[in-house]
Design a protein around this ligand. Structure first.
Ligand SMILES: C=CC1=C(C)c2cc3[nH]c(cc4nc(cc5[nH]c(cc1n2)c(C)c5CCC(=O)O)C(CCC(=O)O)=C4C)c(C)c3C=C
Ligand SMILES: [Fe+2]
Ligand SMILES: [Fe+2]
Length: 367
């Protein structure tokens, strides 16, 4: 009797076929709908990831299931409802659009590449998308996280999901990973152009606040490079805009729990500015490549309210790069660099095909 294999059977799909290359754009994930049960499902998966919360497992699971998942889903669902669009969650809508545009851009540059998108948590997950790509004959995949700054909490977690899928797969495609692009010239230029465009239309602020998603401060001491990469992005953006040190400020948002996170925190900083007589602030979130709950609700609603309440006069939110053509061009340059050597721009290697076809025939003849 044959023992069952831990790997699912699969066709030897690469046999005699030319290599097919894909780019998988991976973002964080979002609930399927802005309801308490859907948000609870999403948060349960997200916050159970040991990359996201690095404290002893048992203690954390008790806190997560005993406290957080009881109260947070309803509050978060109301926030999601305030930013939801007819097409769904903004994070999903923008990520899908970026993938479509990148497909077109790469196609125009004669790359024979399939561009897909996936989410680390929730629907359209990384495993299901990799399985679909493989079923489509893809043999090489470039993984592109939507995060310009590397963090173990986000980037490494995307990679974990890819490795987990690969560990259950017999024929693993060739894999490449983009770790970060916090200092990529195209990304910085796209950010600078979006700020300049905004300022041409709306005038300039007293301060530009660059707000990045926070992480626990402990991760910095444990060696996470995220903090340094945020500051490098901010410095490069300020240089591109010709700002002096007193014209901008880097802050960190979205703190969760009681531990110390990276400082200065965005909202208290804005409150201090409002109290100190700063009349106009413009806020940009360079670490988010798509608008989402954290930018549209936490910054453009909550932080706005806090600043104005503290005495500020004008609050302007500068949107994320979303479907900005300069950003898609940067994404195209970035992927092109990482695709090099995979010969996506050439016709399939017919000589190699002939050899493998001949080998297949010879094998067939022997059986
Ligand atoms: C322990 C908690 C969290 C860490 C660490 C963390 C890091 C981190 N997150 C992003 C990007 C996004 N986070 C988003 C939402 C979100 N983040 C956390 C917690 C941590 N994030 C929670 C609980 C939530 C859900 C919303 C809520 O209940 O407050 C999002 C938006 C998702 C959306 O659906 O719109 C993004 C994007 C980064 C880049 C990062 C570390 C660098
Ligand atoms: Fe987050
Ligand atoms: Fe938040």
């Amino acid at each position: 009797m044959a023992l069952p294999s831990p790997f699912a059977p699969e066709p030897s799909y690469t046999h005699g076929q030319p290599a097919r290359t894909a780019v998988l754009l991976c973002n964080l994930g979002t609930p399927d709908e802005p309801t308490t049960p859907a948000v609870r499902r999403y948060l349960a998966e997200f916050l159970s990831d040991h990359r996201v919360v690095e404290i002893p497992r048992l203690l954390w699971l008790l806190i997560l299931h005993g406290i957080i998942l009881r109260f947070r889903p309803a509050k978060s669902a109301a926030k999601y409802a305030s930013i939801w669009t007819p097409e769904g969650s903004p994070l999903k809508v923008w990520t899908e659009r970026q993938a479509k545009m990148l497909q077109g851009w790469l196609g125009q540059r004669n790359h024979h590449v399939k561009v897909a998108w996936a989410m680390r948590y929730g629907s359209t997950n990384i495993a299901s998308q990799l399985t679909a790509l493989k079923a489509d004959g893809v043999t090489r995949v470039l993984i592109v996280p939507a995060y310009p700054q590397y963090s173990a909490t986000t980037t490494a977690s995307v990679f974990d999901a890819v490795y987990a899928w690969a560990s259950k797969t017999r024929s693993i495609p060739e894999l490449r990973f983009v770790n970060h692009y916090h200092d990529h010239s195209g990304y910085i230029a796209a950010l600078a152009a979006s700020v300049q465009r905004y300022w041409r239309a709306n005038g300039r602020p007293d301060k530009l606040v660059m707000s990045f998603h926070g992480v626990p401060e402990r991760t910095l001491h444990l060696g996470d490079i995220y903090h340094c990469e945020c500051f490098k992005t901010a410095r490069l953006l300020s240089e591109a805009l010709g700002l002096s040190k007193d014209q901008f400020k880097v802050t960190f948002q979205s703190r969760l729990g009681r531990a110390k996170w990276l400082e200065p925190y965005t909202e208290p900083t804005l409150i201090d500015m409002g109290k100190a007589g700063v009349e106009r602030v413009d806020v940009i979130c360079p670490g988010f490549t798509s608008d989402c709950l954290e930018t549209l609700e936490e910054i453009n609603m909550e932080a706005r309210e806090a600043f104005l309440h503290a005495g500020g006069k004008e609050f302007h939110y500068i949107p994320c790069l979303n479907d900005d053509p300069e950003w898609i061009t940067a994404l195209c340059q970035l992927t092109e660099t990482h695709l090099s050597g995979w010969r996506t721009q050439e016709a399939p290697d017919t000589a190699a095909q002939e050899v493998s076809r001949a080998a297949a025939l010879a094998l067939g003849a022997k059986q």
